[in-house]
Design a binder for this molecule. Structure first.
Ligand code: UN1
Length: 493
């Protein structure tokens, strides 16, 4: 294990930042952490070349042997869980429990995908003709470009790279410039597990420079991206001329429906966790609460009170429930949306400002914020804020709740809290989302199930679970005709 902070890995060699490196700082204190490489197009080109050169050898390595390295990497991630978790908090601010959860998600994915090394199932199926066998094999796609965000800075690089690797692809990872240390420490686990040179490459830098080059590179066969809708659209356009397979995982405007019969205490706890966990900086965050009229007022009051009592602070300090936002621009965006909400006539019932506590003055903190009296057409009910803000909307019944729930451009995660099974199932079937939670908030996806959404959240692909394997493999259909005769499909019956 090495101790340097953030470095590129190209063709098995670690490379430090130059004089123009990108500095990072702790969002809770503003303290400088270190400097990461600002990779140029030429650096990306070298990384892609290395990945291309390593591809034949890695693709020819039996999948269970590839998986052996993933098992080893899983063990190293476990051993280094505390170190990685600390780095997560330091770079992007989330609280200790969640930072360790971020790393745990990578550990889970490593074991899951290592297990896939002995599955990677295809299908065998009868032929319409005698003495003929039909089966499918999974082939690697090629060099994969993986562009990952800062909000799950260990988990998401693992969601993308581990399925890609077990399937026999080689990868170039371009992590967020906010969390280069996490990506470096994660990739160190793969290197120390014995992944051969060139199979995994890491290039830090900006989206405009390094990211743009990677997603447009003609030798990159597949791109997997998690980030904003605006950037996702650019990625898809850049990838189109070379017909790359492109997976986009973008925004959300996730809603929790609460019906009159719900357990109020539980609903409050679930919503506070979903709305303000990771300071609302999850694409699965509950940024809307859709409450039935009979429980609405009590719920608003309890949510406001709960939000006011959440403890803000440095994520690694005991008892802290809400950390800072990632950077000053994130706080400015939240402030802008609070003003928009006020101008639209929504009622601010909690938060809405930077905390007054002088101990928090140097960090990028914002008070957990609850708006009530929100109309479905308001911008705070439609647009992704990606911060600690949730908007409560009042509805009369389940049908209206479902209409309001589905009335946004996004479709990632939806939740319903009620004691009634039929209402739960109706919601589960009617929500226009890729993920539904019954009797909980909107967050908390597990790695062995498909993750992703519909409408402007995604472009039809999923990651994690078996869906991750589907994205990172090409189906090859093999017909074996051992009849010795010329058998013509569809004709000789
Ligand atoms: C994301 O916010 O981009 O379900 C991912 C969750 C996490 C993953 C979120 N397991 O909230």
């Amino acid at each position: 294990m090495t101790t340097a902070y953030a470095r590129n890995l190209i063709a098995g060699t670690w490379e430090g930042p130059g004089a123009d490196g990108i500095p990072t700082s702790d969002p809770a204190t503003g303290e400088a952490i270190g400097v990461a490489p600002r990779s140029k197009a030429a650096d990306v080109d070298r990384a892609v070349r290395a990945a291309k050169a390593a591809l034949p050898g890695w693709a020819a390595t039996p999948a269970p042997r590839r998986a052996d390295l993933l098992f080893r990497a899983a063990g190293l991630l476990e051993q280094r869980k505390d170190h990685l978790g600390h780095l997560v908090t330091r770079e992007m601010g989330k609280v200790k429990e969640e930072a360790l959860g971020d790393v745990q998600e990578a550990i889970d994915m490593a074991y899951l995908m290592a297990g896939e090394g002995r599955r990677l199932y295809g299908v065998t199926t009868p032929s319409e003709l005698p003495n003929k066998l039909c089966m499918t094999l999974r082939e690697p796609v090629g060099v994969c470009g993986l562009v990952t965000p800062w909000n799950f800075p260990v988990a998401i690089p693992s969601w993308k790279s581990l399925p890609a690797l077990v399937c026999g692809n080689t990868v170039v990872i371009k992590p967020s410039e906010e969390t280069p240390g996490c990506a470096t420490a994660y990739v160190e686990c793969l290197v120390d597990a014995g992944v051969p040179a060139g199979v995994v490459n890491l290039v830090h830098g900006t989206g405009e420079e390094a990211g743009a080059r990677l997603v447009a590179h003609e030798d990159v066969a597949a791109v997997s991206f998690t980030g904003s809708v605006e950037t996702g659209r650019k990625v898809q356009v850049a990838a189109a001329p070379s017909f790359k397979r492109t997976h986009l995982e973008m925004g959300g405007k996730n809603g929790v429906v609460v019906l009159d019969d719900a357990d109020l205490d539980f609903a409050v706890r679930a919503i506070l966790w979903s709305a303000f966990g990771t300071s609302g900086q999850r694409c699965t965050a509950a940024s809307r609460v859709i409450a039935q009229a009979g429980i609405h007022d009590r719920l608003v009051e309890r949510l406001a009170e709960g939000a006011r009592h959440l403890k803000l602070g440095h994520g690694w300090s005991p008892g802290v429930q809400v950390g800072p936002l990632v950077r000053p621009w994130a706080v400015e965006k939240v402030e802008k949306y609070v003003q928009i909400g006020l101008d639209e006539g929504a009622r601010l019932v909690a938060g809405g400002r930077r905390p007054k506590d002088p101990a928090l003055a140097r960090g990028h903190f914002f008070e957990p914020t609850v708006f009530a009296g929100v109309d479905p057409s308001m911008r705070i009910a439609q647009e992704e804020i990606f911060g600690p803000v949730t908007a409560v909307l009042r509805v009369q019944d389940l049908d209206e709740a479902i209409r309001v729930h589905n009335g946004t451009a996004y479709g990632l995660s939806g939740a319903i809290i009620t004691r009634d099974l039929a209402s739960s199932m109706k919601a589960a079937r009617s929500f226009q989302t890729g993920i539904v939670y019954v009797h909980n908030g909107t967050i908390g996806a597990e790695v062995h199930l498909p993750f992703g959404g519909i409408k402007h959240t995604g472009n039809g692909h999923r990651e994690a679970g078996i869906a991750g394997i589907d994205f990172f493999t090409d189906w090859k259909t093999v017909y074996v005709d051992y009849s010795g005769a010329l058998q013509r499909a569809q004709i000789d019956r």
